[in-house]
Ligand binder design. Structure first.
Ligand code: ADP
Length: 346
């Protein structure tokens, strides 16, 4: 559905230039929800705005729906953009228009007949749960309701693609949940492809199929959300995952462990939720003569799929520990040795 190839973007600010995107390539499949996560200044907005050419890249290729957007005339580009909806962190509503007119505006601009507009807007307001707010003005709405108007407006021209620019960043956690549920619903009901940018791993975890991690204008990691959660590679990705599952071990705990069991390892394991873990931990003790302590653990839901994460402290003979870890690697989804304590040098 979208193919970005080797996108560079340099902003000129006076005599200085900012290299905001440095050779970004990614593809988004039809019908999927694709997330781009990164810290502030990473280049997320620039990247998102490249997809509908609100921001023209300095070089690179932008293909949407098989069309090379950079080859289009202004008029052709305007037509193509109708099939790309966009929602914003600050909602961007017209304050002097009521809810109905905010959604109807773009249809009027496209000379759609009055009856069709009425039918269309009513059905969109029903879809976003605002059927009883048609006559109200943005100032009378909560943040979540404003974003629902933003979503209805973005869907007015029946887009195939929806771009979400930090769409939930101005909302409280509860409202964020409900807006993300709405986006999921729209994705499923309308088969709409969604690309979103965010700095919150919660957003990625809840609705995205795939994710790219952007840092200083470069994609440092990308893949399915389940894979990225269970085996993050880059330090920045690991930091984002820590906002969901903290695998840091308090120093006091570490010192106690060292005194009691000098030769040991701390491993982070992740396992698909449906796999029962108890027999695995039991086997470690029985088959490998190691002592296993659970330091912490939690079960998270990644786009409806349960994923377990656990920090284990395994102690015993060095060789037994290694064999135990080998067994874990074959049994659970992923194993990461994150600390080696007092390992005896050969
Ligand atoms: P993010 O969305 O991840 O916060 P942005 O895409 O907004 O990142 O910005 C990436 C970099 O490009 C930043 O260094 C930012 O200051 C710079 N930048 C973004 N837009 C402009 C602009 N219109 N003019 C100059 N520099 C810009």
């Amino acid at each position: 559905m979208i193919q970005l190839t080797d996108i560079h973007k340099t902003y000129k600010v006076g005599k200085k230039s900012v290299h905001a995107l440095k050779g970004v390539s990614l593809s988004v499949n039809r019908g999927e929800i694709f997330g781009v996560i990164g810290f502030s200044g990473a280049g997320k907005s620039t990247l998102l705005r490249t997809v509908n050419l609100l921001e023209k890249p300095t070089s690179g290729k932008v293909i949407v729906n098989g069309v090379d957007l950079l080859q289009l005339s202004e008029r052709e580009l305007r037509l193509s953009r109708k099939k790309i909806g966009m929602i914003f962190q600050q909602f961007n509503l017209l304050n002097s228009y009521n809810v109905f007119d905010n959604v109807a505006e773009i249809l009027r601009m496209n000379k759609v007949s009055k009856q069709v507009i009425k039918r269309k807007v009513d059905s969109l307001l029903l879809l976003v749960g605002l059927q009883d707010k048609a006559g109200e003005y943005p100032s009378q709405l909560s943040g979540g309701q404003k974003q629902r108007v933003g979503i209805a407006r973005a869907l007015a021209m029946d887009p195939e693609l929806l771009l979400c620019d930090e769409a939930t960043s101005a909302l409280d956690p509860h409202t964020t949940e409900s807006i993300l549920d709405l986006l999921l619903d729209i994705n499923e009901k309308l088969g709409l492809t969604i690309v979103l940018i965010t700095h919150e791993m919660e957003v990625i975890k809840k609705i995205c199929d795939r994710v790219a991690v952007l840092e200083q204008g470069e994609i440092i990691e990308q893949g399915s959300v389940l894979d990225i959660f269970s085996r993050p590679q880059a330090p920045t990705t690991k930091n984002f995952i820590r906002t969901i599952f903290d695998d840091a071990i308090p120093t006091m705990m570490l010192n106690n462990i060292l005194v009691e069991r000098p030769v040991s390892k701390v491993v982070r394991i992740s396992f698909r939720g449906e796999a029962a873990l108890n027999p695995v931990l039991h086997s470690l003790a029985v088959r490998f003569s190691v002592v296993t302590n659970v330091l912490s653990g939690s079960m998270i839901t990644v786009k409806g799929m349960p994923l377990g994460m656990m920090l284990l402290h395994i102690s015993g003979e060095e060789e037994a520990i290694m064999r135990a870890i080998g067994y874990l690697e074959q049994t659970v989804h992923h194993v990461d040795v994150i600390q080696e304590l007092g390992v005896v040098k050969p």
